[in-house]
Structure formats: C-alpha cells, structure tokens
Design a protein around this ligand. Structure first.
Ligand SMILES: [Zn+2]
Length: 428
C-alpha cells in the first residue's frame, strides 16, 4: 500500500494525539478539542459567520407561511416537497461546529390543515425533540405519534396541525435575553441582590453579573462563582442555573446563613448575542466561548475574566467553588480529577455523593477530567486554586424533576461550602 506524505503525517498526528490523550496532556500542550469538537472548532479568534436572513416565506400558492422574525429564531429556508410534505432547512452560524442544531420558527396556514414538516440540517443531524407553543410562552413537547426522527438521514418529520394563528416550533422552550432580564430584575428587588454590567458583547449587549451578598464586608468570606449559557441552545442548563440561583436568593434558613458567609458572583447569561441570534453554539464572532478561557480573544470571556480577577488580591474574599452550567444528552458532572489538588479538596465528589443518596433513581453520571482544556472551570481552578465543576443537564430532562434536583443540589452545596469554610478557618 502506498502512503503519501500527507497521509503519513496525518497518521503520525493521529498517533501523537492518541499518545497525548493516553497520558493526559499537560497544560502547556495546545488544546485540540474534546472528542466531540470538530477540527478547528476550538480556535477562538474571530471567524466569519453567515447572518440569518430574517423573513417570512409563503409556499403552496402563498397559503402556508413560516417566519423567523423573532428573537432566538433560526430557520434558513422553507420548501413545499409535495402535496402534504414540506421541508424546513436549518443552517448554523458557521462551521466547523458542534452538533447542537438549534431551530425556532413560527408556522401557520390560511386554512386549517395537517401537514408533514421535515426538519433538515446542514452540518449536523437532528437532535432536539420539538417543543410547541401557541403563544411563545407556554410550551409542550410534541406528541411522539406526531414525531418521526430519521437517524439514518439526520432529519425528523413532524405532523402538525396548522391554523391561521401561528404555531411556534422550537428545539427547546425559548429563554431569551428578555426572559433573562425579567428574571434578573425580579431577583434584584431583594436588598441582597445587585445587577451590574461587566462588559459588552460584539453586538453591544450587556454581559450581566448578578451579585448576591449579605456578608459583613469587613470579615473574611467565601466566594461562589457561577457561569452559564455560554452555549445558546443549552436551555436546560440555563434553567438549572436559574433554579439554583433562586435557591441562593431565597428566604430559606440555609440560604440566609450562606449569604452571611459567602458572596455569589454569577454570570448566568454569558452569550447574549448567540441566544438572540438563534445560534447553535457560538457568539457573534462565530467562536465557542467555552474554548476561550486561555486565549481570551472574545469580549464576553474577557469581561467575565476581568471582573473575576479583582478577587485575586483580595485578602477578605476567597474563592471556594465554581459552577459552569451546560446541557448535553445526559445528566453528567465533569469534576476535576482527584489526583489534582484543589481547595476545598474533592469538593465536587462530596456533594454529588450526597445528591445521589438523596435521589438514588435519578440518573447522574460523573466523568472526571484533567485541567488542561481552555474551559471556564479550568480557568477558575488555575486562577484561584479552587475546585470547580461543569454541571451538564440532559436536554430532555423532565422540567419538574430538573427543578427538584437542582433545588436539592443548591441546598447540599450551600451546606457543604459552609462546612468547608468552617474547616478551613479552624486550620487557620
Ligand atoms: Zn455547553
């Protein structure tokens, strides 16, 4: 068999990559991505993106209509295939890109009728089970009888009843900048919550910080860092961060006690442009923000970093923990490997054990990682020595269970952080 130079160098590269993975690379090695990152997707300098053409399209003698003219929408094109079958084409903001193909559009018909609608993608396969709404506020998952995913072709076909009033079809329920602002403003009615703008995105949207604090500012206290929604379609992670923060703000006795000892610095809506533009993964410069925590090429990551760096030489504030909320196809926590020393030591493992004891039947996976990749959690560890976790919620999580489990997580984490602080102060 002939091996040309380029395939030989590719083989060597593959071999070198496998060796690196095998021995787990040190922080000085260049990060080339997780197994699910397509080649080139981890570069964080500005890239070209394809702007979505906002429009209303009418087909079938202009009797069936589709629209992407709302915040968070994504719909690239719409065709009639035959008498009953229609096709929506969904394209990403740019590629290579991870396979999280977000879609959201409104569809209606001049006369009531049932159609088959195929969701067809460029650069990814179908992933999200459609959510339907008649007002963009209340959502339900499509009935399984009306939903036929085709894993071979990476498409899905939906049977939809159309009427004159628009039906909203979306990868997940919409949770846009407006919803975030509404929620954040409602928190800020409490005297212990304040909102700040720590920087601006490419499109000049604010990067918002929620500070929760009732400490005595002259006494030493801990800091809990929260980040979220770096990836726009990750709505379940966004909901988890919301439920989590609601617990920290609440009137419960544990939360009141926690706020005396810990400040919370939260940035739960870190990619406002990506959400608003209906992106699959990236910000307005086509970059994955959770790969930019070494290079810091992007304004959103720079803004959060610069704000957090003020904690570095603060003799009264000590960072104890960082949580970065995401979503994937299972409930999975990515802690820092046990052989890496953190403060507090192995904190993540402790609270996950308690959570599993509390919900023995709730599926929770744990996959430890080293700290070499340029992601939020690792920057928190490298900067403050603190333990940190990537907290991933299943895309398909039942929203009520998600709320129950997240509430309990918050409770356990508050309890255990208070204990860790007591212990640390005894040692001092
Ligand atoms: Zn993510």
């Amino acid at each position: 068999m002939l091996i040309n130079n380029s395939s030989l160098s590719r083989s060597l590269l593959l071999f070198a990559t496998l060796v690196l993975i095998g021995i787990s690379c040190s922080s000085s090695d260049e990060f080339t991505g997780f197994s699910y990152d397509p080649e080139g997707a981890t570069v964080t300098t500005d890239k070209e993106i394809q702007d979505q053409h906002k429009r209303i399209i009418g087909v079938n003698d202009r009797s069936i209509w589709i629209s992407n003219e709302f915040l968070g929408a994504r719909m690239s094109n719409f065709y009639q295939v035959n008498d009953t079958l229609y096709r929506v084409v969904i394209e990403p903001e740019n590629h290579p890109i991870n396979g999280s193909p977000w879609y959201a559009f409104k569809i209606w018909s001049d006369t009531s009728r049932t159609i088959d609608l195929q969701l067809s993608y460029k650069h990814a396969d179908h992933r999200y089970v459609p959510k339907l709404s008649t007002n963009g506020q209340q959502w339900r998952t499509i009935d399984t009888t009306n939903y036929r995913p085709d894993t071979l072709n990476g498409t899905a076909t939906l049977s939809l009843e159309l009427h004159q009033d628009p039906l909203w079809v979306s990868a997940q329920e919409l949770f846009t900048n407006k919803d975030f602002k509404h929620w954040a403003d409602s928190l800020a009615t409490r005297s212990w919550v304040s909102l700040d703008t720590v920087g601006y995105s490419h499109d000049r949207r604010p990067v918002t910080k929620i500070t929760i604090n009732q400490t005595d500012s002259t006494e030493k206290h801990g800091v809990l860092i929260i980040t979220g929604r770096l990836h726009p379609p990750e709505v379940t992670g966004g909901l988890a961060s919301k439920f989590f923060i609601n617990q920290l703000v609440s009137d419960s006795s544990i939360a009141a006690k926690f706020r005396q000892e810990f400040e919370i610095w939260a940035y739960p809506f870190a990619n406002p442009d990506g959400v608003q533009r209906g992106h699959w993964r990236h910000n307005a410069a086509g970059v994955d923000l959770n790969r930019d925590w070494k290079a810091f090429n992007q304004p959103e990551t720079q803004a959060i970093r610069d704000d957090l760096l003020s904690l570095q030489d603060d003799s009264l504030r000590k960072v104890y923990y960082g949580i970065d909320f995401h979503s994937t196809n299972e409930n999975i926590f990515y802690p820092i490997k046990k052989n890496i020393s953190t403060f507090p030591e192995d904190f993540t493992y402790g609270w996950i054990d308690s959570l599993k004891t509390k919900f023995p039947n709730y599926p929770i996976e744990v996959e430890p990682f080293d700290t070499s990749s340029p992601i939020t959690k690792n920057w928190i560890y490298h900067t403050f020595g603190a333990d940190a976790v990537t907290y991933e919620i299943n895309d398909a999580a039942n929203r009520d269970s998600l709320q129950t489990v997240t509430k309990k997580s918050a409770h356990i984490i508050m309890q255990q952080l208070l204990k860790a602080k007591q212990k640390a102060e005894r040692v001092e």
